[in-house]
Each structure stands twice: as C-alpha cells, then as structure tokens.
Design a protein around this ligand. Sequence first.
Ligand code: HEM
Length: 433
Amino acid sequence: MGVMREFNRDSLGFIERAQREYGDIVWMRFLYVPAMFLYHPNEIEYVLTTNARNFVKAMSLRSNFFHRLVGNGLLTSDGEDWKRQRRLTAPAFHRERIAAYAQTMVGYSERLMTDWREGQVRDMHREMMRLTLEIVVQCLFSADVSRDVDEVGETLKQLVKPFAAQATVKWIINNRLPTPQHLNFHRLAQKIDRVVYRIIAERRASGKDEGDLLSMLLATRDDDGSQMTDQQLRDEVMTLFLAGHETTALTLSWTWYLLGKDTEVERKFHAELDEVLAGREPTMADLPKLKYTEKILKEAMRLYPPAYGLGREAIKDCEIGGYHVPAGTQVFVFQWATQRDARFFEDPAAFKPGRWTTEFEAQLPKYAYFPFGAGPRVCVGASFAMMEMILVLATIGQKYRLALVPDHPVEIYPAMSLRPKEGVKVTVEQRNR
Ligand code: HEM
C-alpha cells in the first residue's frame, strides 16, 4: 500500500508530519506509484515554473470520473491541446472583460439576502455554494437562457455531489461499476451535456454577442483563424463551472468563519465598508479602495487554501534539489503546508490580515504563497475570483454581521478541496451603521 492508508486516514496530518520528520523533499510510494512531496519555495518554483515543461498534471486528475465531467478542458489537458485552449480562453478573463460581471455579482448577493431575517441561523457554506454557482452560471450563459440556468444549476449540484460527499479514491476506481449511484452520475452527466450542447447550438445559430463568457469563447479565434469546436466549448464550460464556483465559495465560507472568530478584524472590515461605501452598493470602481477586505481574503486563502495541494507527473527523468527523479514520479506541492511555514510567515497559525503590507509582500519568497497556483498553469480565473469575493463580502458585510453559532463544530475536511465538514453556521444580525 505504500503510504496510501496513512494518507487517506488523515491527509493534512500526513502532509505536515512528512515535512516535520523528513524535511523539504520527501520521497514515498502510493501503492506502486512513486511520489515526492516538495515544501520549499525553490523546488515549488522549479516544478511549477522553471521546469514546468517537464511536467503534466498528476495521475489523480486523469480518472474516468473527472474526465467524464470536464473532458479535455483547461484544467485537465496538457501539451499542445492545453496551450491552444489557454490562448483561446485567457482573453475572456482579462480584467476589462470581466468588469461587466460586477453588477451580476452584487445583484445575486443582494438577492441571496432577501429571505434572510434577523436572528436566523444560516449555513454560510451552503449559502456561498448557492451564490457562486448562480454567479458563474449567469456569467457563462447570461439571462436570455434563464430557463436553462436553473436546469444547469440544479443538475450540476446533483452531479458534483459525489465530490461534495467524499471524493474518495474508491469512488474514482469504481466508477465503471453499474451501481445506482454511478448510473445516476452518468445520467446526470448526459443531461447536462444535452443542455450545454443545445445552448451552444442556439448561440451559434443566433450569432448574437450576449457579452457573457460563452459569447467570448465562441468569438475567439486562434492565429490561424480556427475556433473552438462544440466539444471543446462543452469541456471548457464544464471546467469553468467546476473550477469556478466551489473554490470561490469555500474561500468565502472560511472568510466568514475567520471574521466571526475575530471581532477586531471584523470591526476594521465593517469600518472600511462604512467609510468607502457609506451604505450604497459596491461597484467595480470601489475595488481598489477596499484594501483591508482584500487583505482579509488573502489571509483567509493563506490559512484555508481551497486548493490545498497541486500534483504533477514528471515526463522525463530530472533532478530536484539534488535528487534524481525518475519519469512517472508524481510530484506534489502543498499550499496547506508552505503557506503555514514559520520560515515565511511569523506566527503562522494566526489570522492577521494586517501582515499583508507592501513591504511584507516584497520580501516574501514568491512561491511561499500560491493559492491560485503559479507558472503557466496559474488559475485563469484569479482576477474573476478576487473581484467576485470582494464584491460578495462587501455587499453582505455591509448589511449583516454574521455571528458564529457557539459550539457548532467547524472541522476541516480535505476532499478535492478544503471544506468545512459540517458547514459554517452563523446567526444573521442586521448591522446599524
Ligand atoms: C478562490 C478561488 C479560486 C482558487 C483558490 C483557484 C485555484 C486554482 C489553482 C490552484 C489552479 C491551478 C491548478 C494547477 O496548477 O494544477 C487553478 C486553475 C484553474 N482555475 Fe482556478 N481558482 C479559483 C477560482 C477560479 C474561477 C472563478 C475560475 C473560472 C471562472 C477558475 C478557473 C480555473 C481554470 C480554468 C484553471 C485551469 C487553468 C490552466 O491550467 O490553464 N478558477 N485554479
């Protein structure tokens, strides 16, 4: 079994112990597969950037299960396929293009709060999952297909349940077996395919630019004039659904949790909102002024990075930190460990948004903090996510204070991403500015 059992029993504990006991470079085996854990920014830089060409995505991303969902989209593809897709997709995420979504982000946050009542208990993990799904579906497909937006949203929610419940190795290995759960998964995947393909066909036929992500993806041309095929569009749309909503929802959930635990940070957060917005809805133009809110998010992603580890596979033999690494080795780096390393972050377990000063950032080794990854495979949606998260925090934080329900256990559950196991329960309290 190699370290498989120990890793599955307590992944985060195992990741921490391996570094504590063996240092910055640790070799091990998962079943018959050789693996290396790397903890130091120098080696992280080597794998993600300097020698990125010698690595493809790790074996774990190539499971049938994952592939059925996102196909050969940006997150999972490699080599020339990936390069072309990235070239075609990246323009849709440039700052000036995504600015148009600010209104959607604020509007949906407002809508979420319409049925909140003073003193109610809400699970912020659930609320944020709903909100970010609505936002990403809307930004991809826009309002003219609102009938489909609901259907896509609902199907998607069902579809990702196995991920949400437990993205276990067992599920991934067994997904070919005709169990009711797996048959249901494949049925839902077909259903969402049908909707997505239909939307693509209708949009192609109308030729209208709706200003949403789908229109942008449809309009992009490669240097030789070629466009994305329907299949590529479908894979990209599914990738954006999956990569684009849970990570954002989790960061927001952990942020509400951290704010609820620290009244001083919460007070400063509210003070900034009152000063900058004075009761009006936030807009894109407010983003540069919401500096403290941005620091809160940075610090939350340091302590609770939704993507808590990244995996690669070496294509050819190479050398890392003086060690020979044979082709086929699975190489892992962990935001969870490096972003909590006392060599780079003083008092690493403490939630201190104030640490993110310009001077601190200037001296921080670049690869000691990488919640969005780094190098050529860095998150294409990072600006989209930051904008969305700041706007959601500001819109909600301006109206409500979210007090943690005492005694509700908030436990970390490392599935595909870092989740609060039993959610984040809060009591909503209307704020008086
Ligand atoms: C807080 C929110 C987010 C976090 C923490 C996050 C994190 C990441 C990380 C760590 C990677 C790199 C994976 C790797 O190197 O193996 C990545 C890639 C990616 N992310 Fe995000 N992400 C977030 C939001 C989003 C959003 C909002 C979108 C789209 C709407 C998005 C779309 C993607 C895509 C398509 C990739 C693959 C890029 C490529 O390989 O070229 N992400 N993300």
